[in-house]
Design a protein around this ligand. Structure first.
Ligand SMILES: Nc1ncnc2c1ncn2[C@@H]1O[C@H](COP(=O)(O)OP(=O)(O)OP(=O)(O)O)[C@@H](O)[C@H]1O
Ligand SMILES: [Mg+2]
Length: 294
């Protein structure tokens, strides 16, 4: 599909794909897509950072290429590796049959033995891809610096093969949970958008768009309770993902209402920390009444 012509059009396309983007997020995506700028999404846990990249890829018929970052990730895992096992087999075959091809050794470091990792794959796919660099804050400093280099010119040099360049860069979405501060240089390259918790009305809409079978009344109850939970000082406040899970759980159990006893029985869908659980149980009445305490 072609790039959208307006922010509104992009918002509609995402909605059809099951994702509700607010104006700010849709604008960042629209500009990023149109001007080839990477988008850095930061936000709380479970607020739709990863999902938006997936929906963008699906909605525009692009391939989703995901680079999941973790502590200790290095350039080999991100760019390319040589397929040692196949190289060894090839060498064995060569020695058994005597070498007749004078280029045989050079070919060992040719495209046939190259294993593409996400960044190389994305450079090759260019505009046909959405590159999701997920949870960049988990990778270390050096890796971030290396990423910055790749993102600035979208070309990758492989000494044995040459330089591979993207004609038109892929759409790049980076996400971070802010477990550490990212470098200014990386931020400067990107369009930045913070995804916070949605307002209640919007969260109800999100639940209903993901789980159309659930009644609006139940969705509203669950959202009110979750919003109340977020006001408590929990170690792990529930994200939108938990709201959806909770609503789905209640619906599955045939519950159409959320009172203290049904809440207590199903808390495992939203509260996933033992200390938090105690706090929540102490406040269950207030949480399920939807009352907004001060
Ligand atoms: N705006 C939204 N529209 C539709 N669905 C949403 C939205 N926000 C969140 N969701 C739902 O919440 C789920 C969790 O979102 P996602 O995994 O993208 O969160 P995240 O921000 O990447 O979380 P984490 O920080 O844990 O990686 C998604 O599968 C999706 O169903
Ligand atoms: Mg995520």
């Amino acid at each position: 599909m072609e790039n959208p012509a307006t922010v509104g059009q992009l918002t509609d396309i995402l909605r059809q794909g099951g994702y509700l983007a607010d104006r700010g997020l849709a604008t960042a995506l629209f500009v990023g897509m149109s001007l080839n700028r990477p988008i850095l999404l930061e936000g709380e846990v479970g607020v739709g950072k990863t999902e938006v990249a997936k929906v963008m890829a699906a909605a525009f018929g692009r391939k989703l290429i995901r680079l999941q970052c973790y502590e200790g990730i290095d350039t080999n895992q991100a760019l390319y590796e040589w397929d040692y096992a196949r190289q060894m087999l090839h060498i064995r075959a060569l020695s058994e049959h005597q070498v007749t091809d004078p280029d045989a050794v050079d070919k060992l470091f040719g495209p046939k033995f190259l294993l593409e990792r996400p960044l190389l794959e994305a450079v090759r796919a260019g505009q046909g891809a959405v590159l999701l660099i997920d949870e960049i804050d988990r990778a270390d400093d050096e890796f971030e610096a290396f990423l910055l280099e790749v993102l600035s010119d979208f070309q990758i040099s492989i000494p044995e093969i040459g330089t591979i360049r993207a004609d038109s860069p892929p759409l790049v979405v980076l996400t971070s949970n802010r477990t550490r501060e990212l470098h200014d240089a990386l931020k400067r390259r990107c369009l930045y958008h913070w995804i916070g918790y949605p307002a209640a009305d919007r969260e109800v809409e999100i639940v209903l768009i993901r789980e159309p079978g659930i009644s609006a009344a139940l969705a509203r109850k669950v959202v009110a309770a979750v919003q109340r939970l977020r006001e408590l000082d929990l170690a792990k406040p529930p994200g939108v993902a938990e709201t959806i899970d909770w609503a789905r759980t209640l619906d599955f159990l045939g519950e159409s209402d959320l009172d203290t006893s049904t809440a207590q029985d199903t808390l495992g869908a939203v509260v996933k920390d033992r200390d938090d659980l105690e706090v929540v149980l102490d406040n269950l009445q207030e949480i399920t009444s939807g009352a907004r305490g001060s």
